[in-house]
Design a protein around this ligand. Structure first.
Ligand code: NAD
Ligand code: IPM
Ligand code: MN
Length: 369
């Protein structure tokens, strides 16, 4: 049996709390003989700033590149509000994405039937929801140059961020979206703002060209990103795959998270390109952040992190069947009415982070026999 190398980067705030629960699930898989894993742990974000003065070290980036999959918790928090911009905790995550070439960020928003009433929308709007946001992750305004604040002659300051996309960057993310749509309900909605942005004009043009050339069997619609945000709240089930740029993808996926009941439910996979041997760098992380408001209290929902582990099993370790079992265990726990505070009904007795992890393990054990 292959031994899979996993690197845990728990990070800050609730990151280590939820990462611990994913590791619990991984240990159970190993004990049950479902797989063999070699795990390493390292610092990232504020934790790395405290230890090394930078939010990610070269050594950590190298470890991440060598791993079969990286499991990332979350970074950031008020403690590091004063550090130099270049060295803020979030810069550690951005460097990992860029240096590992993780251009394709898959953010599935699935509303488990048991959670339809936990959403802030009416249950009938979200019941059965299963959409996939494909977010471009290494380009756009996150990385475009110049990116600066300059002082003008009149003493005013001028801040600049630059939105940049090349045809190659749009081409490769569009292909990821079309390929994934073929395995789902065969529809891609491409969200941009071609009415305002040149990058949107090019985005629309390239997506349309790739579609006509290689994916004419997939239904394609172009949607303005602001309209897409509105439609996600109005009638989200019209979507299958949404492909969009780095910033719109960030915002649309947080909005989509609430359709599933909580930001604590949304996992994600960040994937690089396959090399000649079929290997690709990959990092798996919940969509949520370090949640400073609840950090250290054992209240965080670990299901987004556990879902991210399931995505790692599926996309990086060739263990799709086991990933299905993990997701089935999560569904069983939710069907049994077990809830962390973020998805609990008003007045309901909620589980803590570790108790939720234990509940998933208890539900998973019989599924592995
Ligand atoms: P956040 O996602 O940390 O929190 C937003 C709200 O959702 C909070 O009320 C929080 O308590 C709640 N929440 C988030 N995850 C939860 C979970 N698993 N269970 C229960 N409730 C949960 O976003 P924010 O407050 O805007 O950002 C806080 C810090 O996290 C910032 O420094 C930000 O840059 C960082 N951040 C990091 C990542 C990442 O590491 N990938 C992602 C987003 C934000
Ligand atoms: C996310 C986060 C990150 C982003 C931050 C922490 C850099 O919000 O992964 O959604 O904006 O991409
Ligand atoms: Mn975000």
């Amino acid at each position: 049996m292959t031994t899979h190398k996993l690197l845990f980067l728990p990070g800050d705030g609730i990151g280590p709390e939820v990462a611990r629960e994913a590791e619990k699930v991984l240990r159970l898989l190993a004990q049950a003989g479902a797989g063999r894993f070699e795990t390493e742990h390292d610092l990232v974000g504020g934790a790395a700033i405290d230890a090394h003065g930078v939010p990610v070290t070269d050594a950590t980036v190298n470890l991440a590149a060598e791993a079969d999959a990286v499991l990332f918790g979350s970074v950031g928090g008020p403690k590091w509000a004063g550090v130099r911009y270049e060295h803020r905790p979030e810069a550690g995550l951005l460097r990992l994405r860029k240096d590992l070439g993780l251009f394709a960020n898959l953010r599935p928003a699935i509303c488990y039937p048991a959670l339809a009433s936990a959403s802030s929308l009416k249950p009938e709007i979200v019941e059965g929801l299963d959409i996939l946001i494909v977010r471009e992750l290494t380009g756009g305004v996150y990385f475009g140059e110049p990116k600066e604040i300059v002082t003008l002659e009149n003493g005013e300051k001028r801040a600049v961020d630059t939105q940049v996309y090349t045809t190659g960057e749009i081409d490769r993310i569009a292909r990821v979206a079309f390929e994934l749509a073929r395995k789902r309900r065969n529809k891609v909605s491409s969200a941009e703002k071609h009415n305002v942005m040149k990058s949107g004009v090019l985005w629309k043009e390239v997506v349309a060209r790739i579609h006509a050339a290689d994916y004419a069997d997939v239904e394609l619609e172009h949607v303005l990103a602001d309209n897409c945000a509105m439609q996600l709240v109005r009638r989200p089930k019209q979507y299958d795959v949404i492909v969009t740029d780095n910033l719109f993808g960030d915002i649309l996926s947080d909005a989509a998270a609430m359709l599933t009941g909580s930001l604590g439910m949304l996992p994600s996979a960040s994937l690089g390109a396959e090399d000649a041997s079929g290997r690709r760098a990959a990092l798996y992380e919940p969509v949520h952040g370090s949640a400073p408001d609840i950090a250290g209290q054992g209240l965080a929902n670990p299901l987004a992190m556990i879902g991210s582990l399931a995505m790692a099993l599926r996309y990086s370790l060739g263990m799709g069947g086991i990933a299905d079992r993990v997701e089935e265990a999560v569904a069983k726990v939710l069907n049994a009415g077990l809830r962390t505070r973020d998805i609990a009904a008003p007045g309901q007795n909620a589980l803590g982070t570790a108790e939720m992890g234990d509940a998933v393990c208890a539900a998973l054990t019989p599924l592995l026999q």
